[in-house]
Design a protein around this ligand. Structure first.
Ligand code: ZN
Length: 151
């Protein structure tokens, strides 16, 4: 029988994980304080429960959680930290291949340039990768404003 400990130790691939849905509750609370973003609670257990979004009525209510995480992901420091921590946390869960998704344009609303967003996320992912807990494979969304070239 598979024990929880063995399940954690088994190597895994996470093929679709969103950066803005992967903040540690304590990190979200800390970043929200410095970004002056109001969370429903300052207790990590309560924030974790809220972010799980069990029992939401519809997609709009679910996406309210992402409005909060996007609001705190507006500085290079926050982006790098969250990217790093998600790789470390995935590695601790036995993930050896991590495909990260994010929409860089959503982190440009606070004044960052797209290149700054990409560089900060890249630094965080590489730092996590260097810790050898997981091997991130980066992906990103296309900007909603980007035109698809005609064929
Ligand atoms: Zn997705």
């Amino acid at each position: 029988m598979l024990s929880p400990e063995l399940l954690v130790r088994l190597p895994k691939a996470e093929l679709h994980v969103h950066l803005d849905g992967s903040l540690r509750p304590a990190t979200l609370i800390e970043l929200a304080q410095s970004a002056k973003v109001n969370l429903p609670s300052k207790d990590p257990v309560e924030v974790a429960r809220f972010m799980k979004a069990d029992g939401v009525r519809d997609l709009a209510e679910y996406l309210e959680r992402f409005a909060l995480t996007i609001a705190v992901l507006q500085t290079p420091e926050a982006l790098e930290r969250v990217a790093y921590e998600m790789v470390v946390d995935a590695g601790a869960d036995g993930v050896r291949h991590l495909e990260v998704r994010y929409c860089p344009v959503l982190s440009c609303t606070g004044g960052l340039a797209m290149s700054e967003v990409l560089a900060a996320i890249g630094r965080g992912l590489r730092r996590g990768e260097a810790s050898r807990v997981a091997l991130p494979h980066r992906q990103r969304y296309r900007s909603p404003r980007r035109r698809v070239p005609a064929r």
